[in-house]
Design a protein around this ligand. Structure first.
Ligand code: FES
Ligand SMILES: [Fe+2]
Length: 442
């Protein structure tokens, strides 16, 4: 690939994988809101440890129903606040009872308040605290400078008549190589379609070949487009394509996958999935979006799990190494989108140095309402079909037989999904492993 003039010792992409506070890229990533959990994980008041962008934090919901995100360690003698207990307002340390509000102020120091009330020691105490908010059933955190931008209200959060689920996984590698997969059309052919054929024990036939790919930038990310041997320029995967959603996600219509940096060497994958109910099930209103976390390693073999779509992606990402060494890669023409993404990050490092907002930071509330995105399969994802049509369609039936994207879906979520869709297990037939779920949809 042509050099972009940023070469230097260690390679021209040096620094792009850093996530920590004080690093240029860590500061850039702090200009965005990040999803950190499903709201349903804290249906009841309580705490959850969170590690985000290399910072150890505790997320809590107090007895008054308010969320907070604080330093993991108490300001007094650094006890672990994820073992603290929530009060009507705030989180109390389980060591000596200091009580913190969501803005990091100290509301009470039980012993000091009684023994030395005049000292008002607590007025001096501040704990690191970050804003959190809820949108689309997700809890979002912002670790950057004020004034904070808005949490992007993407259109899919407003789609109706759908069963939604939030699926997590912890991936032991840097987030950027996960996100580079969001601008990688050709891997579908080999990582999903053809590998599924081989995992199923067959040696063919392989999927139609990619013959042309293209990449373009828009306000909220990049689109990638493809023509395969079985499609032409009129195909919506060429005219619309798929979306690399800025700065951290892949959006394919029926679901969006966020890649959230835990630290430089670990990523939290959060998929938000939407399944439109059949027409006969309308109006369908989901009370709470279930959240579950799937395994990525087979305990019997110690190897990565390969049976589901996103698990297959995970294998490719971790296989690139803990932090993929970009000085040792050999980019080809299909990687042009990846280079565009990296250059955008480098340009945005300049932007924040110059005091400008980086790409896709949203501050105007008038814009931030169900922001429309390119959706190639818009109708099939959100319009809804009669039950009889769903039963007739092989791909739709396959989508009902089991959750194809990640292994480990809890039985309760499976049952809630079937109840929402109005199907029973027995009328759907057995799940078939290694069926290529992406072949017709690409
Ligand atoms: S360490 Fe938290 S109150 Fe003492
Ligand atoms: Fe993939």
């Amino acid at each position: 690939m042509a050099d972009d003039g940023r070469s230097g010792p260690g390679g021209r992409w040096d620094g792009l994988t850093e996530t920590g506070a004080g690093t240029p890229m860590g500061e850039l990533l702090r200009r965005y809101w990040w999803p950190i959990a499903g709201a349903s994980e804290l249906d009841l008041p309580g705490t959850r440890p969170v590690r985000l962008l290399g910072e150890d934090l505790v997320l809590y919901k107090d007895l008054g129903g308010r969320f907070g995100l604080l330093d993991r360690h108490c300001r007094h003698r650094r006890a672990d606040l994820s073992y603290g207990y929530v009060e009507t307002s705030g989180l109390r340390c389980n060591y000596h009872g200091w009580l913190y509000d969501s803005d990091g102020s100290c509301l009470a120091q039980p012993y000091e308040d009684i023994a030395h009330p005049e000292a008002r020691l607590r007025d001096e105490v501040r704990l690191k605290a970050y804003p959190v908010t809820e949108l689309g059933g997700l809890i979002w955190a912002y670790l950057g400078p004020e004034p904070r931008p808005l949490v992007p209200d993407w259109e899919f959060f407003s789609w109706t008549n759908g069963f939604r689920q939030i699926v997590k996984a912890e991936i032991p590698c840097n987030w950027l190589q996960c996100q580079e997969n969001s601008i990688d059309p050709v891997h579908f052919e080999w990582t999903h379609s053809n590998w599924s054929v081989r995992l199923g024990g067959a040696t063919g036939p392989y999927a139609p070949r990619h013959v042309k790919v293209d990449f373009s930038e828009f306000d909220y990310g990049f689109q990638y487009k493809r023509i395969r041997t079985d499609t032409d320029r009129d195909d919506r995967l060429w005219t619309i394509g798929r979306v690399c959603l800025w700065p951290n996600a892949l959006f394919v219509g029926g679901h969006v996958e966020f890649r959230v940096p835990i630290d430089d060497e670990n990523t939290l994958s959060i998929a938000w999935h939407f399944s439109r109910v059949p027409r006969e099930r309308e109006p369908y209103v989901q009370q709470s979006i279930p959240t579950w976390q799937g395994p990525i390693t087979d305990p019997n073999t110690g190897r990565w799990i390969t049976s589901h779509v996103m698990n297959q992606d995970f294998v490719t990402w971790v296989g690139q190494g803990r932090i993929a060494d970009r000085t040792r890669e050999y980019l080809g023409p299909s990687d042009r989108g990846i280079v565009m993404v990296r250059r955008r990050f480098l340009d945005d490092l300049d932007a924040i140095r110059e005091g400008r907002d980086p790409k896709a930071v949203i501050r105007d509330p008038a814009i931030n309402r169900a922001i429309p995105l390119p959706v190639a399969d818009r109708e099939s994802v959100i319009a809804g079909y009669p039950r009889a049509d769903i039963v007739k369609d092989a791909l739709s039936r396959r989508g009902l037989r089991g959750y194809i994207f990640q292994t480990g879906q809890p039985e309760a979520v499976r049952e809630a999904f079937l109840a929402a869709m109005g199907f029973t297990e027995s009328e759907l037939g057995p799940d078939d492993q290694h069926f290529d779920p992406l072949a017709p949809a690409r």
